[in-house]
Structures are given as C-alpha cells and as structure tokens.
Design a protein around this ligand. Sequence first.
Ligand code: AMP
Ligand code: FES
Ligand code: ZN
Ligand code: ZN
Length: 311
Amino acid sequence: MKCRKCGEKAVINMRHHKLALCQKHYLEWFIGQVDKTIKRYRMFRKKDKILVAVSGGKDSLSLWDVLLRLGYKADGLYINLGIEGGNYSDISLEKVEKFVAQHPGAHLHIVDIKTLYGRSVPELARESHRGKRICALCGLVKRHEMNRVAYEGGYYAIATGHNLDDEVAVLFGNTLRWQTGYLARQAPVLPSTHPMLARKVKPFCRMYERETAAYAILQGIDYIYEECPYAVGSTSILYKNLLNELEEQSPGSKLSFYLSFLQAKENEQICFMGEEASPELHPCEKCGQPTTAPRYCAFCRVIYKLRENGI
Ligand code: AMP
Ligand code: FES
Ligand code: ZN
Ligand code: ZN
C-alpha cells in the first residue's frame, strides 16, 4: 500500500476515508483534520486560553500535543482520582509528567483528590450512603474539578479527548433508549451556561479511536494502555464492540451515523420534544458552583457529607 500524497510506503490505511498515508503525511493530515474540526464548530480561537483535561491516555495526550503544535494556548489538567487497581492513577500521572518533560513550555495543573478532600474517589464511593456507582461519582468529581480549575484559572474552554468511537457509543446508547434530553445536548461544543461552568469542547469528535492511537504511536507519545479497572464490563464497551463489527462490514458507518446526526440537528430536521427551559440555578453554599439542588451541589454533599439542613 502506497501513500496517496508521496508514493512512499503507507503506514496506515483508512478504509472509511479511502486514504492510505505514510508517517509524515499521516501526522500532517491528522493535525489538519483536528484544526478543521475546531474551526468548523467554532470551538475556540488562537487567543483563547484552553484547559486540556488529560487522563494519561492516548486521546487526551494526543489532543494536547496537536493543540500545542497548532499554536493554541493550551494548558493541561490532570485529576488524580486515587484509583489503585493496577496502579492506574500512578501510572497515568507518570505518563502525563513524561509528556510535560518532552514538551518544554507545557504547563500542567495537577489536582489530587485525596490531598485536597481527604479521600480518594474509590474511598468516597465506598462510604457513599446512596450507593452511588463509582463511575458516576468519578464523573461528578471530574466535572466539578474541571469547572473549578477552569474558572479559577480564567480559561475560555475545557477540551477533552473524546473521540468518534466515544461519541458514537454515547449516541447509540441514547438512541436505543430515545433519551431525547441527552440527544439534544450531545454536541461537539457545550456552551457555558454560567460563568462558573466552563464551555466544553471535543476537538477529536470526528477522529476514529484507531486514528488517535496511530497518531500517539507515530508521534512517539507514551500513554497508559489499560482502561480504568472500573470500566470493565461497561455498556459503552459493549456498544463499541458492536459498532466495530458494523464498521468492519461497512467502513465509514460510525462517522456517517455521527455526522448525519449532527447535520440533522443543525438543519433542524430533528428536534427533541420535552426540552423545557433550564431549571433555575443558584450558587452552592459551600463551593459557589451553580446547582439546582437545595443549598449544596451534589459534589459538596458527597465530599462534605452535607444534607439539605446542614452537616
Ligand atoms: P473517559 O471518561 O475516561 O473516557 O475520559 C474522557 C476524557 O475526560 C478524556 O479524554 C480526558 O480529556 C478527560 N479525563 C478523563 N480522566 C481524566 C483525569 N483523571 N484527569 C483529567 N482529565 C481526565
Ligand atoms: Fe473514573 Fe474509572 S476513571 S471510575
Ligand atoms: Zn507520504
Ligand atoms: Zn458545591
């Protein structure tokens, strides 16, 4: 297989794009595709300060690398959740720190949940009276801390490494259950609805997982290969496997499923009923972030064991 651009030996063949490329041209193509996505969905501009949420995985580290190469003002944020299984959090932090050492000038914020709040995420999950599942609790903690750091640091947007496979799995799950509220909100950009809730952007939303992995490997980015130990057996992994089978038989299915969904929403060919005006928000009495719950936000209730009527 030869590179479409220069005729040298290709390192990757993307059947869904009918495109084979050599290493040099693949890296160039990938960076160009991401820049197009950023501009197509008006995610941010060169002058905006961006916070890239990095987990130590291939997607978020590749994203940070691409944004720095494109000349965006991108700082990193790593949240140490304290997941001990397989030394997951320690190894992921090592990968992020190695990345920083190889990218002079890259600035990283590290938030250590146990140091800041006294308990790691698995410890919080064990003591949670409401029996919150660890992944849901972890999501709550990550969202709260991303918003906090973005607000305190004056960042315009938070960029996450969600790739096409992630987005398509979510779309598939939401469609299976016709969760119209979630479908209405699924988009490459989530605008900020409050000064303390940052804008969220997903510049890799059109890149296949296989493409982001190839980018990381060809660019020499070392990342954590293992999934979070708590993700094993999740429905999103089931959906990804099903969608991969579909893609195998019919290349391009994932991309067209996602892009047609976005296009239909943009053209207002589909609209979702039941989307009422946003519920009223008020500041959490503990952290100040907006919440619909009485007095305290969900994060502060878990962390400080608060109830509506106080401690
Ligand atoms: P996940 O929910 O693990 O699929 O991760 C989705 C995205 O969230 C990643 O691509 C990162 O941008 C971000 N993320 C996940 N875990 C962390 C973490 N521990 N610290 C900072 N960002 C994270
Ligand atoms: Fe949060 Fe796995 S990364 S539970
Ligand atoms: Zn080439
Ligand atoms: Zn709060």
